[in-house]
Design a protein around this ligand. Sequence first.
Ligand code: GTP
Ligand code: MG
Length: 238
Amino acid sequence: MVQKSKNDKHVISVVLPCLNEEETLRASIEKAFEGIKRTGCVGEVIVADNGSKDASAEIGKKAGARVISVSHKGYGSALMAGFQAAKGDVLVMGDSDDTYDFREIHKLYEVFLTGNDLVSGNRLKGNIDPLAMPFIHRYVGVPVLTLILNIFFWTNIWDGHCGMRLMSKGAYKKMKLQSTGMEFASEMLIRASRVGLKTSEVPISYGQRHTKSYSKLNTFRDGFRHLWLIFKYAFGMV
Ligand SMILES: Nc1nc2c(ncn2[C@@H]2O[C@H](COP(=O)(O)OP(=O)(O)OP(=O)(O)O)[C@@H](O)[C@H]2O)c(=O)[nH]1
Ligand SMILES: [Mg+2]
């Protein structure tokens, strides 16, 4: 079960991986602080930056986040460094492109309190903006890759690529994650299943990326990385 902090409240660390997200970072941070507040807990927001060339780092600091500079590139690397730096006993991950609504952190937290180790958002069952995900991601990539994941490893999660998740720090440490890229999201579910974590998911909102900054997700490269990782774990190559 999850450790409580001294005042009987959890301390929540929200970690935002960030690569050139100056247009949306402030809004993401403000929503994360509001999300922490709505849980009744205290907490911090950490921006895990990979050498953004824009003003992300300064904007992050000004908005009250702790900005850490991560030398090893990649979405997974940034999250692992952020979790390492986190002071909280509850960890939340989420993107800094203002597509997840962090004011909904309490929805995940409430389910976590019922005895789960890891709670993931589910965008497909939630309030999803029609333009938030390309057709191929929403109706092919995410459901098919998640189905394959669940055939090999029962994960109890049906949006395998959701970037908004909440877990105890103890659960995170148990998983011993290593993936540096976007396939980090799949590895987390595989490892959670392998080490016997109790998982659950909650419908959440997902909005469109409204920025000039480009998406870092490459449909075929990253899709293949997720699939390859699943096969490596399934056939004992990891
Ligand atoms: N630090 C760091 N952050 C990254 C890296 N790649 C992606 N990110 C961040 O991780 C989050 C997810 O990346 P996105 O490009 O939004 O990927 P996505 O949400 O799957 O794709 P979209 O739906 O197109 O937004 C964003 O906050 C990015 O800034 C990276 O290499 N390093
Ligand atoms: Mg995004």
